[in-house]
Design a protein around this ligand. Structure first.
Ligand code: HEC
Length: 119
């Protein structure tokens, strides 16, 4: 996946904040907000967390690409994150159980009906 690194950090942060607002219930919003904070701490070194952003690690798909990949659902994403044996080699860590739902909830706020992968 060829990606061009662009420095739209402010725009990315705005987009992330906007998607946090869009979650339905206060409880879901809190989960999404925690998920974003966890991702900023543990995932942002490699993955783009916001829409229309390029990942710092070009091998790592953006969270937007993950959220919009065919077949990805909340359960499938949580299942993937729970089982660190299936992680790509670059992800040489495990994710705390307590973080999994929040991470999946945040990631899935990036779903867009008209999403098109940028090749
Ligand atoms: C050290 C870099 C690095 C970090 C940190 C990292 N990832 Fe990844 N991740 C990758 C790479 C590289 C891939 C793609 C590997 C491939 O496609 O072979 C990937 C792929 C993924 C995928 C898609 C897997 C698939 O099969 O399509 C998910 C979901 C994911 N990462 C979630 C996370 C989450 C959540 C975090 C934070 C808790 C995280 N990653 C932190 C490097 C990283």
């Amino acid at each position: 996946m060829a990606r061009i690194l662009i420095g739209f950090a402010a725009l990315a942060a705005f987009a992330a904040a906007a998607s946090v607002q869009s979650a339905a219930t206060p409880r879901a919003r809190a989960s999404v907000q925690r998920g974003l904070a966890i991702a900023q701490q543990h995932c942002a070194g490699c993955h783009a967390l916001a829409v229309n952003a390029a990942s710092p690690n070009p091998e790592a798909p953006s969270f937007e690409a993950i959220a919009n990949a065919p077949g990805v659902t909340a359960p499938s994403l949580r299942r993937f994150l729970r089982d660190s044996h299936n992680y790509p080699a670059a992800m040489n860590f495990t994710i705390k159980r307590a973080h999994i739902r929040d991470l999946a909830d945040y990631t899935l706020t990036l779903r867009r009906p008209g999403y098109k992968p940028d090749i």
